[in-house]
Design a protein around this ligand. Structure first.
Ligand code: NAD
Length: 275
């Protein structure tokens, strides 16, 4: 009998490390992958929310552990991988979701010219490169070692529409003239994620380690009505993404369903980058 297509999405027995798993999307990814059967390593700098997230998954009768990690520290990323191996015996998938990602939220809306390029602090630029690029490099460097030993592995890196196209800074402008900016590092690091993905995919040619990127568009997170309307008008589908709308694409990339895909970028953006 022909195997069911659904079996290709089955993650039973596979161990997935997710960095940034206490974040808005990271939490979604960890629950979704656990629901698909994976043993999930909920890894984040924020240890308490990571532990809460792992507990929530365990209460669903699914498999998870929490690991506090600083992805900018090589000892910490190595320890994260060791914890995964000790708990579950393999590292099959690494999802690099941790990043500094400035949210356009009500806490900032009234400040004027936040993140303007001319005065953007060197220290903030360096810190963002350290987390968004060096952190991804270090987490991947640690996770590929068991993958090479096992003769298989999958890495999924999270980029952004701003890694593909420039931010439309008009979105961060209010009708009363107050404005802020999406910071320069976000575009630069998210474009870098795509280069890193292609590099690693080709570097591991013939090693059965697939490396792909997922590019989400803006996910609704209680943004105010003005921002939501301005953002939505820039998408073909006319709205922001719902919180759970990246999960199926993530499962596709992590599982055997994407077995003929590497070095690629899956864009889930409601059509933002199409026009
Ligand atoms: N939310 C969106 O609308 C959206 C859109 C496009 C792309 N993305 C990307 O998706 C990914 C996940 O987004 P999110 O909304 O969950 O972000 P988030 O800001 O909610 O979560 C990021 C997580 O990374 C963790 N983190 C930060 N520095 C760390 C470090 N040094 N070590 C370990 N963990 C660290 C934070 O503690 C946080 O839990 C990010 O790469 C983001 O850039 C998000």
């Amino acid at each position: 009998m022909t195997e069911s297509i659904l079996s290709k999405f089955d993650m039973t027995g596979k161990t997935v490390i997710i960095t940034g798993a206490a974040g808005l999307l990271g939490k979604q990814f960890s629950i979704a992958l656990a629901q698909a059967g994976a043993n999930v390593v909920v890894a984040d700098l924020a240890g308490i929310p990571a532990a809460e997230n792992a507990n929530e998954i365990k209460e669903m009768g699914l498999n998870a552990i929490a690991v506090e990690v600083d992805i900018t520290d090589p000892d910490s990323t190595k320890a994260m991988v060791e914890r995964a191996l000790t708990a579950f015996g393999s590292v099959d998938v690494l999802v690099n979701s941790a990043a500094l990602d400035p949210k356009f939220d009500s806490a900032n809306i009234l400040s004027q010219n936040v993140n303007e390029f001319e005065t953007y602090p060197l220290s903030s630029w360096k810190q963002a490169l350290e987390v968004n690029l060096t952190g991804m490099f270090l987490a991947s460097q640690a996770a590929v070692l068991p993958m090479l030993e096992q003769g298989r592995g999958v890495i999924v890196n999270i980029s952004s529409i701003y890694g593909l196209v420039g931010p439309d800074q008009r979105l961060y402008e209010r009708p009363d003239g107050t404005r802020q900016f999406k910071p320069v590092y976000y575009s630069v690091t998210k474009a870098g994620v795509l280069g890193f993905t292609r590099y690693l995919a080709t570097y591991y040619a013939g090693k059965n380690i697939r490396v792909n990127a997922l590019t989400p568009g803006g996910v609704f997170n209680d943004h105010d009505a003005i921002f939501t309307a301005q953002y939505s008008a820039r998408t073909v589908l006319g709205r922001m993404a719902n919180l759970d709308e990246m999960n199926a694409a993530m499962l596709f990339l992590c599982s055997d369903a994407s077995s003929y895909m590497t070095g690629s970028n899956l864009v889930v953006d409601g059509g933002w980058t199409v026009w």
